[in-house]
Design a protein around this ligand. Structure first.
Ligand code: SAM
Length: 196
């Protein structure tokens, strides 16, 4: 089945939007500020979609950048864009203590079960009933793959509940600082920097 539209874009893959841009911009700035942008650094983008954020980090730093996505169409598009991409559920295949930074623009829209629509775009957008189903699993697992002093850049929305995400991150042993935000008519997007 051909999943490309007339412009050759994968229709089952989340294409870069304001959230992608905010995460890329904030993470690149803070990787530079904290000296995690050198050739010795290894950075993971979880849920890379089109590969846009991973490519921005690769272009703006000297780090080795790796990406993962659950969606096979996203893996294909990101690889076509030159990103070293693994098909994976969150961080599951990666070794302990590997990454100096992990970035994630997660699926975060609160979605009632009767409104779930069961395709790859749902996996890109829906965070379950409270919007935090994937975020909570990510927060429970990402610490394992972080190198000592590693850092997480996580995009969250006011629709998802920033305070709730910060609280959950705290329960998983992270302290959180908001490093960027941007408001739109229906939501405010925030990038959290998480440290163990
Ligand atoms: C909101 S999109 C962000 C895409 C891209 N990073 C960007 O910012 O443009 C969320 C991405 O996470 C991926 N995803 C959802 N659940 C995942 C999981 N359990 N493991 C890996 N990737 C997942 C989706 O397939 C989708 O590509």
């Amino acid at each position: 089945m051909d999943l490309r539209d007339q412009r050759g874009i994968e229709t089952e893959v989340y294409q870069p939007a304001e959230d992608s841009e905010l995460l890329a911009e904030a993470a690149c700035g803070y990787l530079d500020k904290h000296g995690r942008d050198g050739p010795e650094a290894t950075i993971l983008e979880v849920g890379t979609g089109s590969g846009y954020v991973a490519n921005r980090v690769a272009d703006e730093t000297a780090a080795r950048v790796i990406a993962s996505d659950l969606n096979p169409h996203a893996v294909r598009q990101a690889r076509t864009e030159g990103v070293e991409t693994v098909r994976a559920d969150l961080v599951s295949p990666f070794a302990d203590d590997t990454f100096d930074a992990v970035l994630f623009n997660p699926p975060y829209l609160p979605t009632e079960p009767e409104n779930e629509w069961d395709d790859w775009m749902e996996h890109a957008l829906s965070g379950g009933e409270d919007g935090r189903a994937v975020i909570d699993r990510f927060l429970a697992s990402v610490g394992r793959v972080l190198a000592p002093d590693g850092v997480v850049y996580l995009l969250v929305s006011s629709l998802t509940g920033v305070d709730e995400v910060v609280e959950r991150a705290g329960e998983e042993g992270f302290s959180a600082v908001a490093i960027a935000d941007e408001s739109f008519p229906f939501e405010t997007l925030t990038v959290l920097e998480l440290h163990c």
